[in-house]
Design a binder for this molecule. Structure first.
Ligand code: RIB
Ligand code: CA
Length: 309
């Protein structure tokens, strides 16, 4: 039985790869793609989701969500993802549509009608997820799991303390981390191991398909900005780590920990404070991702890309 998921994204180069993996692997049933403001404005992230769905002929419905964070001012990441949010490929005409229904209403409707077997996979700011939980708390017990890309128990990437997805909407993150749902936090500590090396890019280019070429162009652009901004030789492809875990639970290890979000301080605003040593005495509210099996991860991604023409 395929695992039912909703992918909540802010494409974003790595979100695009996550969409391609989630839509291709038979172990997952992608019920919907919801978009949120994050790497770029909602208008751009939604157009980008439609671009990916068009080139990959993905029929999964797309729903647009929140256009700004719950409380703080909006932040975007053009230095990493470009002005379009998906710079690199020459995108053609877009045929994939966006539904009329708001993403939050779709999430609520889907969970209400479910048997408690839907997993939420946010790879952008948590605004839509928090919005759904705030608007309709009775759906919370029906969430099978939230497996999110965000946070870090070590350094941040947007401030020294905070990772982008959490920093972009810390108040939303606090709602989600304290909702009481089974939660896996896939933070930078894990995703920085998911590097797209020249060998990986060569394997993707060797597919010699339209979607393979698009993926290679996305990762080539991503490589350029990660080198410029972070001086990293190979870009970490964050978001597909979430869906890879659902496809193969052995792709990375986790450790239970109590995680809270700093929404008060100036210096550490948006930090995921992870009590890995249990010093707070608080019950763990998350499984925190620790160590990636790099080979296994890229086999999952490339096997998925092989499903496309
Ligand atoms: O910090 C990395 C995360 O922020 C990724 O999800 C990337 O797409 C951006 O949303
Ligand atoms: Ca993202």
């Amino acid at each position: 039985m395929a695992r039912k998921i909703i992918l909540d994204v802010d494409p974003g180069h790595d979100d695009a790869i996550a969409i391609l993996v989630a839509a291709a692997n038979p172990k997952l049933e992608l019920l919907g793609i919801t978009t949120v403001a994050g790497n770029q404005t909602l208008e751009k992230t939604t157009l980008n989701a439609r671009r990916v769905a068009t080139v990959a002929k993905i029929k999964t419905p797309i729903y647009a969500g929140f256009s700004r964070p719950l409380v703080r001012d909006q932040v975007t990441a053009p230095d990493i993802h470009g002005e379009s949010g998906l710079d690199g490929p020459a995108w053609g005409a877009v045929t994939a549509r966006v539904e009329e229904e708001h993403a939050v209403d779709f999430i609520i409707r889907t969970l209400k009608n479910s048997q408690g077997d839907v997993t939420l996979v946010p790879t952008g700011p948590l605004t839509n997820i928090a919005g759904a939980f705030i608007r309709c708390p009775e759906i919370i017990p029906k969430v099978q799991e939230v497996i999110l890309m965000g946070g870090a128990y070590g350094l941040g990437n947007t401030t020294p303390a905070a990772e982008f997805n959490i920093y972009a909407d810390p108040e939303a993150a606090r709602v989600v981390f304290h909702a009481g749902v089974p939660l896996t936090m896939v933070g930078l500590d894990l995703t920085h191991q998911a590097t797209a090396t020249p060998e990986v890019l060569a394997r993707i280019r060797a597919l010699n398909t339209t979607v393979g070429d698009i993926a290679a162009e996305l990762l080539t652009f991503f490589r350029s900005t990660y080198r410029d901004v972070f001086k990293m030789p190979d870009p970490p492809v964050h978001d597909p780590c979430t869906v890879a875990k659902l496809i193969d639970p052995d792709v990375f290890t986790t450790k239970p920990a109590y995680v809270d979000i700093d929404t008060q301080s100036e210096l550490c605003y948006g930090r995921t404070v992870c009590d890995l040593y249990g010093v707070t005495g608080q019950e763990p509210n998350a499984q925190v991702a620790i160590e990636l099996d790099w080979e296994r991860f890229w086999d999952i991604v490339i096997d998925a890309l092989k499903q496309y023409s």
